[in-house]
Design a protein around this ligand. Structure first.
Ligand code: AMP
Length: 113
């Protein structure tokens, strides 16, 4: 069950600010507040899913395709499509997922340690 008591839900509802990179009807991207690389962006769907697995179980194929296509678009906005990047989606307890709203990290901008 999705729990609305999480920080990304508050960002979606504009209850707290975010440094936005891209936004449309279905997707929001913003910079991670504690960057772990030169460029550290987050991408979230606007519909409510707990994590990658929940998203793949419950979202429509259209929504899934739209979301992952949007990541490629955001990579281009960030200008790192040629230099390279890493995608991460921590899912659940063993992966130490901190925020229970599905998100993908985009790390890049310089060689990643
Ligand atoms: P995860 O461990 O995959 O759930 O990562 C959650 C990420 O959200 C961490 O990298 C945090 O630095 C980031 N984060 C937490 N609060 C905020 C916020 N208010 N704005 C932007 N990023 C945040």
């Amino acid at each position: 069950m999705y729990d609305k008591n999480n920080v990304f839900y508050k960002i979606l509802k504009s209850e707290i600010p975010a440094d936005k990179i891209y936004e449309d009807e279905f997707v929001l991207s913003f910079y991670d507040i504690y960057p772990k690389s030169k460029i550290h962006a987050l991408v979230i769907p606007k519909n409510l899913y707990r994590n990658f697995y929940d998203f793949m179980q419950r979202a429509t194929s259209y929504e899934q395709n739209y979301f992952f296509s949007s990541i490629a678009k955001i990579v281009e906005i960030l200008g790192i499509e040629k230099s390279g990047f890493r995608l991460i989606s921590n899912t659940g307890v063993d992966a130490h997922q901190e925020v229970d709203h599905f998100h993908v990290h985009i790390l890049g901008g310089a060689p990643i340690g």
